[in-house]
Design a protein around this ligand. Structure first.
Ligand SMILES: C[S@@+](CC[C@H](N)C(=O)[O-])C[C@H]1O[C@@H](n2cnc3c(N)ncnc32)[C@H](O)[C@@H]1O
Length: 269
């Protein structure tokens, strides 16, 4: 386990200079994981900091995507926003709340698992504002595009908006311990699964299924409801396989080691 800034050091060559040898070693090991390891799981409870302020450089790139911003270097080489944001031109939103820190962790997980990994799982407990927020349509669209199965447990408890339970009581956050201090935002637990490129025995299941459908002259026709149900059940089964993979491999090893042979069963002498 390494102490590291989880949001930076994935792509840029230069990182901070650390003078203490122990810290430098930890920094290099974390950097090695970020650059070379095949990461398929991202888990976390990202920080609750709504007013984190505008992000710098590598972190800014993360939220630019959900703001729909492109940047071009100005004469001094500083990256400046080019034109209006998509958030404004498509959705009419000028003032947004995407500088909340947890949003950067979502985008990082989305790029690592949803976009770059062959398959993987992300699970976060976080602020639930992105589920319904006016600032988050591009974020929702992007997450729905890059992940193939999404489970959300909405644990509610938005004390800032004085949320109530269906039976009218005060709806406390799951982090409440009755003192009135601490977290006041509504929370949710989200699990995202990406399996688009997952291969079973060298066979990219979902991609092939859609490819065969295309070849079978269903090209360009939207999925029927039974098609969509079948696709969804395949994604769910692949997700279950991913979750169970390690246990299944261990069980296979164990049973293979203890299996009867054809000789034991008297089928061959
Ligand atoms: C809500 S706390 C969760 C702590 C712990 N993981 C848990 O679930 O109890 C968020 C943690 O993220 C850490 N954090 C904030 N920004 C970070 C970053 N850029 N990289 C790594 N950790 C960060 C904070 O220091 C804090 O400990």
């Amino acid at each position: 386990m390494f102490l590291t800034n989880a949001l930076t050091g994935w792509d840029d060559p230069a990182q901070i200079k650390v003078n203490f040898p122990e810290l430098r070693e930890e920094h290099e090991l974390a950097r090695h994981v970020k650059r070379d390891a095949r990461i398929i799981v991202v888990l976390g409870n990202p920080p609750y900091n709504r007013f984190a302020g505008a992000a710098i450089a590598e972190e800014a790139d993360l939220v630019d995507h959900y703001k729909g911003i492109r940047r071009r270097p100005d004469r001094k080489g500083k990256a400046r926003q080019a034109g209006e944001s998509l958030l404004y031109t498509r959705w009419g939103i000028r003032k947004q709340l995407l500088d909340d820190l947890y949003i950067r962790f979502f985008r990082l997980a989305e790029t690592r698992i949803g976009e770059k990994a062959e398959y993987g799982i992300v699970s976060f407990i976080s602020n639930s504002s992105y589920l319904t927020g006016r600032s988050h349509p591009i974020m929702r669209e992007s997450l729905l595009t890059n992940f193939h199965e999404i489970w959300i447990d909405n644990t509610h408890g938005n004390r800032i908006a004085s949320e109530r339970t269906p039976w009218g009581d005060s709806c406390e956050t799951i982090f409440s311990f009755g003192t009135g201090f601490g977290n006041k935002v509504g929370t949710c637990i989200t699990t995202f699964v990406a399996v688009w490129r997952y291969e079973l025995g060298g066979y990219p299941v979902i991609k092939k299924w859609l490819g065969y459908r295309h070849a079978g002259r269903a090209a360009g026709r939207p999925l029927t409801l039974p098609d969509a149900r079948h696709l969804r059940s395949m994604v769910q089964r692949l997700a279950a396989l991913l979750v169970l993979q390690e246990q299944m491999d261990a069980l296979y090893e164990k049973t293979a080691a203890e299996a009867f042979t054809a000789e034991d069963l008297g089928l061959r002498s």
